[in-house]
Design a protein. Sequence first.
Length: 112
Amino acid sequence: MNWLKKKPILLSITLLLTACSTPYKPYGFSGGYQDEKTAEGEYNLSYVGNGVTSKEKVRKMWHRRAAELCDGLYDFEYLNEDDINHTLFTGGAVVPLYFPQIVGTVTCQNPQ
């Protein structure tokens, strides 16, 4: 009987984790990119995925944003590729959540 009380919580977690991966967009509830201009043609850039986004997709989205910021040509350095780890506690169930992220710097080859 106790398991039945937890079933809606477990179903909600399952639906959350099987939702679509992070789309390409500014940072929001389900992840995305954040950038900050630090100098002419230089940016700090981060991209965070949600729990179902692969590290490879996050990397592709990071480079997509870098290309947009620099009109195509840029140099880059990754500063941090560690995943963000959270643990969700729900009625006795412990669910580990991992959010892939990449943080780095972008230097445009032809600053505008």
